[in-house]
Design a protein around this ligand. Structure first.
Ligand SMILES: [Zn+2]
Length: 271
């Protein structure tokens, strides 16, 4: 994201009812944006309901700026404030296929309404797998509503409302869940939940205080691998040999490349 687009995103109303900041101050703040550590499953802030934002002030604007920076550094399609350790009802998303809506936005104090019912059928690992920056390196499928409505506030405190379908709707549901203390792994059907339980045990992700830092720690979804070298033909991952069922459950980097859903946004671009 360029400096100019960050300025437009973070200070859309500068001089027109937005924050009264000099151009110099706006630039100083943009350059001061910080990548924050991402909390991992087991950290309590991820597992309790986040609180409403009462006033959109400088501390909120700074938090949102840092969330954008962190989301970009982590190659995320979305990020919720609890994922940077802050128990407030804020999430950001970045998704190109967002129809009439901005491809990047922050939503404060959102309310989500499911318009389409969540199917009771079993989820398709190829088409319906999600990944979460707070469960780094893993993907599991689950059913979501195909159609949602979201309302909330933008960074200026102006009300917003729109509907979303498909992957965009899925991203909004994933991020919204974070604000109610749920990760997508808490919504898996029993077959996938068992695998997740094993993963938690293996990784030790049931204790507070664990984080990873995008840009410093290896990218858990494989984005620091050179594209061309990501999946040489004929190479069989040792993990796959050890665990022949593990077609969508991945340890470490990059194995989720090449699935249909990865192209569109969630398996290798988590939220
Ligand atoms: Zn997530």
């Amino acid at each position: 994201m360029s400096i100019d687009s960050r300025r437009a995103f973070l200070y859309p109303g500068a001089g027109r009812g937005g924050p009264r900041l000099s151009a110099h101050e706006v630039m100083r703040r943009i350059l001061a944006m910080t990548i924050r550590p991402i909390t991992i499953h087991g950290e309590p802030v991820l597992h309790r309901r986040a609180q409403e934002v009462e006033r959109i002030d400088d501390s909120i604007r700074e938090l949102v700026a840092d969330m954008i920076e962190t989301q970009d550094a982590a190659h995320g399609v979305g990020l919720a404030a609890p994922q940077v350790g802050v128990g407030l009802r804020i999430f950001t998303y970045s998704f190109a296929d967002s129809g009439d809506q901005p491809s990047r936005a922050v939503i404060i104090n959102p309310r989500l309404r499911l318009i389409g019912k969540v199917s009771k059928e079993s989820a398709d690992p190829e088409e319906e797998s999600e990944g979460c920056l707070s469960a780094p390196g893993y993907n599991y499928p689950l059913k979501r509503s195909e159609h949602v409505e979201i309302t909330g506030l933008d960074l200026r405190g102006e009300p917003l409302r729109f509907e979303a379908t498909g992957w965009f709707a899925r991203i909004l549901q994933h991020e919204y869940d974070h604000l109610d203390g749920y990760l997508y792994v808490n919504r898996l059907d029993p077959k996938w939940a068992r695998r997740w339980k094993k993963a938690v045990k293996k990784e030790g992700w049931n204790q507070p205080g664990l984080t990873w830092l995008p840009g410093v720690d290896p990218d858990p979804f494989g984005h620091d691998e050179p594209e061309d070298l990501a999946e040489p033909e004929g190479l069989v991952e040792p993990e796959n040999l050890a665990e022949p069922e593990g077609l969508v459950e991945h340890d470490g980097a990059g194995q989720s490349k090449g699935t249909g859903s990865a192209e569109r946004g969630f398996s290798s671009y988590p939220g």
